[in-house]
Design a protein around this ligand. Structure first.
Ligand code: AMP
Ligand code: MG
Length: 315
């Protein structure tokens, strides 16, 4: 029998070499990170970046995050500032993305940055992506490895179910520990959160020792579509449903142990809830439920990021 998962690999030296060769040749790989799995290609190659947009069916106006191993080569691509270094020192490598001004001489494909004068950069923590980034001499453009507007993947099977054998290589790095996308912070002017994540506004405020901007600006977060992270079935905020065709997503103790109840964290731990969010929604969809009912998640710390994703999933 042929193995249908023939493009999923465990990580070792041989696969590292194979992936480096593939990325150098302008191909796209499905790779693990601590936030969610990514669809990676050479950020300096228009051909590779084009493939990413096509595979994801991603709107061209939604720019990609560019990934680096460390500070070594970033000056070629972005203009850094004091706030960036403060946050880098505290949180990197880790689940935070910085929007900075693009260096005029940068080789990053303008398609990757949606023709903007800014670039979003991140330094992922997962060991596998770090050893890959160390082995290549270009940064990786890497959005989440899912068809645009859908659920982000947190394991190799999720990636496979989005792209099947259209990817040469998907590397298994286990379940993504954080489970939701990075916090995106704009540092081109008064710092501002563009997308909430596990690293919260308060965490950032504590490091920068200033209040963050609350100004709304459309152009700054072109990818923050109202409808996003969608499980493909209706999701509504409401009281629990007794209908057996409805799945209830709940949080904390004191909930029934029924087949159609899905608890993001029985302990009431918001980080655990974030890590279980996408996995739970995929599971519910696969089980054939027709609707998801969510009761409120506490709106603090990682809860803010969870509610942001749930709100967009409900549109
Ligand atoms: P994803 O790749 O799906 O995790 O989404 C990346 C997020 O980063 C989207 O919300 C983008 O709009 C945002 N982003 C990427 N590049 C920029 C940029 N240059 N300026 C502002 N936001 C950006
Ligand atoms: Mg995404």
């Amino acid at each position: 029998m042929t193995n249908i998962y023939s493009n999923i690999y465990s990580f070792n030296k041989k696969i590292l070499k194979k992936t480096v060769k593939s990325l150098k040749g302008g191909k796209i790989a499905g790779l693990p990170t601590e936030t969610v799995y990514g669809l990676a290609g050479n950020a300096y190659s228009k051909i590779a970046v084009k493939k990413i947009f096509k595979l994801k069916k991603r709107p061209k106006k939604n720019p990609l995050i560019i990934h680096y191993c460390n500070l070594k080569n970033i000056d070629k691509d972005v203009i850094t500032n004091e706030n960036f270094f403060k946050l880098y020192k505290k949180f990197c490598p880790g689940p935070i993305t910085f929007v900075l001004k693009k260096n005029k001489n940068s080789k990053i494909s303008s398609l990757a940055t949606a023709n903007l004068k800014t670039v979003a950069i991140r330094f992922p923590k997962h060991k596998i992506i770090r050893s890959l980034l160390r082995s290549i001499n270009f940064p990786l453009a890497m959005p989440s490895a899912n068809i645009s507007a859908g659920l982000s993947p947190v394991c190799t099977l999720d990636v496979f179910e989005e792209f099947y054998n259209k990817l040469d290589i998907i590397i298994d790095g286990g379940k993504s520990k954080i489970g939701i996308e990075s916090t995106v912070v704009d540092l081109t002017e008064k710092p501002k959160i563009l997308r909430p994540g596990i690293i919260s506004q308060d965490d950032i405020k504590r490091v920068l020792k200033i209040n963050l901007s609350k100004k709304k600006s459309k152009i700054k977060s072109p990818g923050m579509l109202k409808r996003h992270y969608s499980p493909g079935i209706p999701l509504i905020f409401s009281q629990k449903s007794k209908n057996q065709n409805h799945a209830n997503i709940v949080f904390g103790k004191n909930h029934k142990n029924k087949a159609n109840y899905f608890n993001l964290s029985k302990k009431g731990n918001l980080k655990e809830a974030a890590a279980n969010l996408y996995e739970t929604m995929r599971k519910i969809k696969k089980k054939g439920y027709k609707k998801i009912i969510v009761t409120k998640i506490p709106n603090k710390g990682p809860g803010l990021a969870i509610n942001d994703r749930l709100k967009r999933a409900s549109k």
